[in-house]
Structure formats: structure tokens, C-alpha cells
Design a protein around this ligand. Structure first.
Ligand code: GLN
Length: 307
């Protein structure tokens, strides 16, 4: 992706965040101001958002419908146990009675996505949906495809794993031969044939093993930069409550006020400073944001420790 944005704060219509601001993400698809590589972002776009009531939503409830629960192994279950049902579900032979949750999924909603392989301005449905969909946690991107990657919507960010949404702005030279440490099953189940999907598989593996987002991003950036020193690795990651990002080869900005934060490739010209002033993140940095505040940490290739 060539320009991306994440927001965590009070629920807003997606259009307020993405479409309405002058020089916002929508306009950046044809007229970015600060992009270092590429001129237009017309090869697709995507938005992922968490249900506005995401505090209450858990896998298996409405609003988390994207999580397919396993079918009952032996005929219909007598009742669908609610995740907080006080009566313990009777375990069915050969499988769990309740939908299995990944570690870390508890209480977090699974985000929905809308992704297309066309320019965002060419999809009137997007503007229509963005007017009425409200969310308090959003990750969106407009794409300028790197040569040799899939042109279809599978390669349009955000990528997703459970409650996580991810976008990559940048490129990895000779990515098909990048040493990744991934097994063949992981390589075969890449979300798309692209450098970004490969980076996402590397990062998602670490998140699934319980690494904190900042540490996982730092580790993948250092590992890839060691193997491909000219790689551009601006990552953007959210679980719907926190945002983690790297600036490594392209621009990154943020604006914050108590209770809300936006992290974006470049600032918009939204009038009024309701979300605070835009600040630029220096190259080779890791950004960690919550609605309480933002931390920016230098990311040096040679450092062994992680945040
Ligand atoms: N390499 C990624 C892709 O092809 C991202 C491209 C970009 O940042 N311009 O989708």
C-alpha cells in the first residue's frame, strides 16, 4: 500500500476519517503530497473496521460473525452456548463444544473488511458505505502495486488475522527469495502473492506466539532489513484498541488528543484541530499508540533488544 491510516477513538462515520478531509486518504489515492515512491495509488484499496460496540462483541456473537465457529461434530448441538454461559457446555466427543478462541481474542471483536482491486474513486459503493458505517477503530489503505505482486483484491490491505489488521507501505526487493523462517504450510496459506502478505505472515506468526506488537514489528523489520537493506518497511498494525507502526523508508505522521489517535502516511488538511496537530515520525522509528498517548522509539538495525 502506498498510503495508509489507522484510527482509534470515539466512533465516527468512516467518511469523516477517510473521504471528507481535504488531502485525506481518499484524495491521496490520486494526489499524495509526500509519498516517496510512486505517484498515484490506483491499484486497489481497503478498509477494515471494528464494530462500534466492539467492547461487547466476542467471537460467536453478532458483530463477530466473520469467525466461523466449528460445526457440531455429531449432529445439532442442544443449544448454542453463549461464550459467558454460566453453565459449562458439555464437551462433545472429538471436539470442543464452544467456538475455539485464539489466545488474545478474548473480548476483542473481529473486524470487517471491504477491499477492492480498483481505484477508490471508481467505487461509488465505498463512498455510500463510508457515509453510514461508524467505527471507533479503523485501518484503511490505498494501493500502488509493486511489480511482480498480485493485482487482485487479495493483495489489497488490510490483511487480517483474528482481531489484527495490518497494512504495509513499501517494497521488499526479490521478496520471493526472502529468507523468512516460515514453514511451507504458512507459505502456502499466504493471503496473497505479494511481499506485503509475506511480511504479514512473518509478523502474524509472532503475534500468535504472544509477542507484543511493538516487539514483533521491530523484530520483523530488523530481520528483513538485514537480508534486504534497501527494503521499505512502513508497517501499520491495530487490534482495535492500540496502533503500532514503523517508519522505515517512507513517511509517517500522527495526531492525537486524549481519547483519540490517528496514524497516517501523511497528514490531511482537516479543518479544526479536533484531533490535535499532526506530527511527523522520524524515519527508522517504531510508533506505539493508544487512546492514552503515543510513544515514538528509535529503531536501529543493530539493536538486539525489542520494546
Ligand atoms: N508492496 C506492496 C504491494 O504491492 C505495497 C506497495 C506500496 O506501498 N506502494 O501491495
Amino acid at each position: 500500500m502506498c498510503r495508509h491510516l489507522a484510527y482509534v477513538g470515539p466512533p465516527l462515520p468512516l467518511a469523516r476519517l477517510l473521504v471528507e478531509p481535504p488531502r485525506g486518504l481518499y484524495e491521496q489515492s490520486w494526489q499524495p503530497r509526500r509519498q516517496r515512491h510512486g505517484t498515484v495509488n490506483a491499484d486497489g484499496f481497503g478498509v477494515g473496521w471494528y464494530p462500534a460496540d466492539s467492547e461487547a462483541a466476542v467471537p460467536g456473537e453478532p458483530g463477530a460473525a466473520a469467525v466461523p465457529g466449528p460445526p457440531a461434530p455429531h449432529g445439532p448441538a442442544p443449544h448454542d452456548p453463549a461464550p459467558h454461559d454460566p453453565a459449562p457446555p458439555v464437551p462433545a466427543a472429538g471436539g470442543p463444544a464452544a467456538p475455539a478462541e485464539r489466545p488474545g481474542d478474548e473480548g476483542a471483536a473481529v473486524p470487517a473488511r471491504y477491499r477492492r482491486a480498483l481505484p477508490v474513486w471508481a467505487d461509488p459503493n465505498f463512498a455510500e458505505l463510508a457515509r453510514v458505517i461508524r467505527s471507533g477503530a479503523v485501518l484503511a489503505a490505498v494501493r500502488s502495486a509493486t511489480e511482480g505482486t498480485a493485482p487482485d483484491e487479495s493483495a489489497a490491505a488490510p490483511f487480517r488475522d483474528g482481531r489484527w489488521l495490518f497494512s504495509h507501505n513499501g517494497a521488499v526487493p526479490d521478496w520471493t527469495r526472502l529468507p523468512t523462517g516460515l514453514g511451507s504450510a504458512e507459505l502456502l496459506s499466504l493471503e496473497a502473492r505479494s511481499d506485503s502478505a509475506l511480511l504479514w505472515a512473518m509478523l502474524a506468526g509472532r503475534l500468535r506466539r504472544g509477542e507484543p506488537p511493538g516487539g514483533a514489528i521491530a523484530a520483523v523489520v530488523r530481520e528483513v532489513a538485514a537480508a534486504r537493506p534497501t527494503a521499505r518497511l512502513n508497517f501499520l498494525l491495530t487490534d482495535g484498541r492500540t496502533i503500532a507502526a514503523s517508519a522505515w523508508g517512507d513517511t509517517l505522521w500522527y495526531r492525537a488528543r486524549p481519547g483519540a489517535v490517528v496514524v497516517a502516511s501523511e497528514p490531511d488538511d482537516a479543518v479544526g484541530a479536533a484531533l490535535g496537530e499532526w506530527r511527523e515520525v522520524p524515519d527508522r522509528s517504531l510508533l506505539l499508540a493508544t487512546t492514552e498517548g503515543v510513544r515514538v522509539i528509535a529503531l536501529r538495525p543493530e539493536r538486539k533488544d525489542t520494546t
